[in-house]
Design a protein around this ligand. Structure first.
Ligand code: ATP
Ligand code: MG
Length: 330
C-alpha cells in the first residue's frame, strides 16, 4: 500500500521540480510494490521512470527554483548560501509553535498587503531551546516556504581575535542583507552576543556585542533575520528587545515521538510498532535523537528483518541513542 505521506512527498518533489528526489521516491514505490508482489505495477513505474528521459522530467518545468546568489569575495568566508527544500510540514511541531511559524511566513508573503496599510512584516526572531529540537531546521523550513535562499553566518569567519575586525566582518554581513531578500541565520548566537565577557579578548567581544546591537537596530532591510541559541541565559539582556519575538523550542511531548518516526520512516510499514512502548522509551530524547534512532532502526529492519519494523527494533535503536548522552549535549 502506498502511504499518504509517500504520495505527498512524491507530489511535493514534482511541484518543487526536484527531479532527483522525484525519481528516487518513484523507485522506492516501485521497490515497495515489487516486495508486496505487485510486480506489474513495479515494472510499470520503473519503465515510466526510464522512458521519462532527460529534459522531460519535472526538472525542466518553468517553476525551477531561482538560483542562489553566491556570496563572493570576503563575504564568501562569512556566509554560506543554500536553497533549502524543507517545509514546515516536514517538521513535528506543537500547535502553538506551528501557528507562530506559519504567521511569520504569511506576513512575509503578504508584505505588499501590509505595506498598503503602512505595516511591515516582523523580520527578526530569536529561536531558543535545547539541542536537536528544530531551530536550524526552522531556518531551512522558513527559507523553503518563502522559496528563497538561506544564508548561514559562519562564526569561524566572523569571530576573529584581531581588534575591530569582528565588527567589520559583521558589518559586511549586514551590508549584504540590504541587497535582497532571504533568510539570514545566526546560529550559536550566544557566541556573538554574550553578556559574560571574560578571557583575553574581552575588549573585542564587547565591541562585537555593541556592533551586533547597533546593526540590529539600524537594519532596514527586507531580510528575515533568525538567531538561535541553546543558552538564552548567556545573552546580553539588551539583545532581546532588538528582536520582534522569541520562539521557544522544547523536547518532544505526548504523541510527538510517533509523528517524528512516521515522518522519518514514511517509506516503511510501521503497522506492527507499539507506539505506547516507543513513546515511553523516547522520554528525554530530542527530535534529532529520534530521527537518528529511526534511521538506525531502518538499517536494522532492512538488513536483519526483511524491512519489517518491530517494536523491539525501534526500542533497541532508541536505547543506543540513550547510551551516548554526550550526543545530547553541546
Ligand atoms: N521539530 C522537528 N521535527 C522533525 N524533525 C526534527 C525536528 N527537530 C529536529 N529534527 C531533526 O533533527 C535534525 C537536527 O535538528 P536541528 O539541527 O534543527 O536542531 P537544533 O535545534 O538546531 O539543534 P542545535 O541546538 O544542536 O543546533 C533535523 O535535521 C531533523 O532531522
Ligand atoms: Mg542548530
Amino acid at each position: 500500500m502506498v502511504t499518504q505521506t509517500q504520495l505527498i512527498s512524491l507530489f511535493r518533489s514534482f511541484a518543487q521540480g526536484d527531479d532527483g528526489r522525484f525519481r528516487s521516491l518513484a523507485m522506492d514505490l516501485a521497490a515497495d510494490a515489487g516486495k508486496r508482489g505487485h510486480h506489474r505495477l513495479a515494472d510499470e513505474i520503473k519503465t515510466l521512470m526510464r522512458t521519462a528521459g532527460e529534459g522531460r522530467g519535472p526538472a525542466s518545468r518553468s517553476t525551477d527554483p531561482i538560483p542562489v546568489i553566491k556570496p563572493r569575495g570576503e563575504l564568501a568566508g562569512l556566509v554560506s548560501a543554500n536553497f533549502p527544500l524543507t517545509r514546515l510540514s516536514d517538521m513535528v511541531l506543537e500547535d502553538g509553535l506551528r501557528e507562530r511559524l506559519r504567521r511569520i511566513v504569511e506576513e512575509q508573503r503578504h508584505r505588499e498587503t501590509l505595506a498598503q496599510h503602512s505595516l511591515k512584516p516582523r523580520r527578526k526572531f530569536l529561536l531558543v531551546g535545547p539541542p536537536g529540537t528544530g531551530k536550524t531546521m526552522t531556518a531551512s523550513a522558513l527559507a523553503g516556504e518563502l522559496s528563497g535562499p538561506l544564508y548561514t553566518i559562519l562564526l569561524d569567519g566572523v569571530i576573529t581575535k584581531f581588534m575591530g575586525e569582528s565588527a567589520a566582518k559583521l558589518r559586511l554581513v549586514f551590508d549584504a542583507m540590504q541587497n535582497g531578500r532571504g533568510v539570514y541565520f545566526f546560529d550559536e548566537f550566544d557566541a556573538l552576543a554574550s553578556k559574560r565577557l571574560t578571557g583575553n579578548d574581552v575588549g573585542e567581544a564587547r565591541r562585537m556585542l555593541n556592533s551586533m546591537l547597533q546593526f540590529l537596530d539600524e537594519d532596514g532591510s527586507d531580510a528575515l533575520i533568525l538567531a538561535a541559541t541553546n543558552h538564552p541565559e548567556l545573552l546580553d539582556p539588551a539583545v532581546f528587545r532588538r528582536f520582534d519575538g522569541t520562539i521557544e523550542y522544547h523536547l518532544p511531548s505526548g504523541g510527538d515521538a510517533r509523528r517524528v518516526f512516521e515522518k522519518a520512516l514514511f517509506a516503511f510499514d510501521l503497522g506492527a510498532v507499539n507506539w505506547t512502548v516507543v513513546e515511553g522509551e523516547s522520554a528525554g530524547l530530542s527530535q534529532a535523537d529520534m530521527v537518528r534512532a529511526a534511521e538506525d532502526a531502518a538499517r536494522t529492519a532492512v538488513l536483519e528483518n526483511d524491512a519489517l519494523f518491530t517494536t523491539a527494533i525501534v526500542v533497541a535503536a532508541l536505547g543506543d541513542r540513550r547510551h551516548y548522552p554526550t550526543y545530547n549535549t553541546k
